[in-house]
Ligand binder design. Structure first.
Ligand SMILES: Cc1cc2nc3c(=O)[nH]c(=O)nc-3n(C[C@H](O)[C@H](O)[C@H](O)COP(=O)(O)O)c2cc1C
Length: 434
């Protein structure tokens, strides 16, 4: 069962500047490193009633050829969220930190610090990283299995560090002259396969404000990790069948791990919206117009292992044309989604070159009016395909505005989250029944 209350996230990645959209006169591209740009956006998302802001991240120089949002480049997400904590009062703030390269003690402290500074409004998107090893002294990228094994140890360690200095240890007893109850603070003395950490953490946990965890595993091992640890699971599911199957799988795995509280599954939702469907189609095509054929061919080759450059445009591509999945892919998930679509649709080459899976977004996509988007969300919610979504507006600042004002605002239920009645749990984790 999906709950009646949708969980709605809004990306800060500026996906609305991807493709050609950044070249529009009103795109605001010049402000992309300014606090005021994100402050304005955060405040508008908060006013619309979104549950959280999400900033993705990678730890390498991104390929910005597809636009400023495509590569998740730009400002450090946790610093950005710290700044936005001071510019907002209610909206939750989801930062992304990789478990592959950074030291867990440092990450645990950074997240708990931001939890305090934001009044318990932060969440952690635990990623294993797609690339970037050379920025951290590694010659080769660890395999998916190694990265997830490390992420499991990293996450467990960060959680133990948060617990190592519990809120109850903070006495602040002026009369008795005791600031701390040292007996409640414990080292973690962790000596694992990847990390050795003594602990404890240098600051206390925030009382009643657990930090919720997000994950987006798509591979077997990734799904299992997400199902075991995450409160919110992001999904790249281009159609409803894929989303139902993914969500069902995550819930089954979570139950198998003995979890009482099922994680919420939140697919990415790419939105190209305008006041009519025809205008929305124009927006989509204008955004991707001329996106150079050679680059699309190169992406197809990367994901399929096939060089299609000599193929006639009208030749159908079938699964039989593809070799086994190439090794060493940045994103196995994108490759699998593309194969799935080819198996299902047997598209002509010219059609394949226009598909979102080729152009770069493997997400659920609505190209239409705000009402179309609302209908799609309600449909996915009613058919147990999604517990909410994370909005990726595309094409223009005007589309971003439509997403906030005419999709998120009518769908959001701010009252159930922002009721500050002392009886109710508050903080980001409250969204997940904690
Ligand atoms: C909505 C969404 C957001 C994601 N954000 C990030 C991110 O910010 N950084 C990152 O390295 N990976 C990100 N990913 C990729 C996932 O962490 C994960 O690597 C991917 O879904 C493939 O799963 P796998 O690692 O199990 O193969 C995201 C995925 C989705 C669906």
């Amino acid at each position: 069962m999906t709950s009646a209350r949708l969980c709605i996230g809004m990306t800060l990645a500026p996906t609305w500047l991807n493709g050609h959209a950044w070249r529009r006169p009103d795109s605001g591209i010049e402000q992309l490193l300014d606090l005021s740009y994100f402050r304005d956006l955060a405040q508008r998302a908060e006013a619309a009633g979104a549950d959280f802001l999400f900033r993705p991240d990678t730890l390498f120089h991104p390929n910005l050829a597809n636009g400023p949002g495509g590569g998740a480049g730009g400002l450090d997400p946790t610093l950005l969220m710290t700044a936005l904590a001071g510019a907002t009062t209610r909206i939750n703030l989801l930062t992304t930190i990789s478990a592959t390269f950074l030291p867990p003690w440092y990450v645990a402290r950074m997240l708990m610090s931001l939890n305090w500074l934001s009044g318990g409004r932060i969440g952690w998107n635990v990623v294993t990283a797609l690339d970037g090893h050379r920025n951290f002294g590694l010659e080769t990228m660890p395999s998916g299995a190694e990265r997830y094994e490390k992420a499991a140890e990293f996450h467990a360690l960060v959680t133990r560090l948060w617990d190592s200095f519990p809120a109850e240890a903070l006495l602040q007893d002026r009369e008795g002259g005791r600031i701390l109850d040292e007996t409640q603070i414990h080292p973690v003395d962790h000596d694992g396969a990847h990390f050795r950490v003594e602990g404890p953490l240098s600051l206390p946990a925030m009382p009643g404000k657990r930090i919720p965890i997000f994950q987006a595993g798509a591979s077997e091992i990734g799904r299992d990790f997400a199902a075991r640890i995450a409160d919110g699971v992001f999904a790249a599911t281009p159609d409803r069948d894929a989303a139902q199957a993914y969500r069902g799988d995550i819930l089954r795995r979570a139950a198998g791990h003995g979890r009482a509280q099922a994680p919420k599954v939140l697919p990415g939702l790419s939105l190209f919206l305008a006041s009519s469907r025809a205008e929305a189609q124009d927006l989509f095509h204008a955004t991707h117009r001329g996106a150079d054929r050679a680059r699309r061919m190169a992406r197809l080759k990367l994901l399929t292992g096939v060089d299609f450059s000599d193929w006639p445009d009208d030749r159908a591509v079938t699964l039989a044309d593809l070799p086994a999945l190439p090794e060493g892919l940045h994103s196995q998930t994108s490759a699998l989604l593309l194969r799935r679509m080819i198996e299902r649709d047997r598209p002509r080459l010219d059609d394949l070159l226009e598909r979102p899976e080729t152009i770069g977004s493997p997400h659920w996509q609505v190209i239409g009016t705000p009402d179309d988007a609302i209908d799609a969300v309600r449909d996915w919610q009613a058919t147990e395909a999604a517990d909410g979504f994370i909005a990726f507006p595309g094409g223009s600042v005007a589309c971003l505005k439509l997403v906030l004002d005419e999709v998120i605002a009518p769908l959001a239920d701010p009252a159930s989250l922002w009721d500050c009645d002392a009886e109710r749990p508050t903080g980001f984790a409250a969204l997940f029944g904690a």
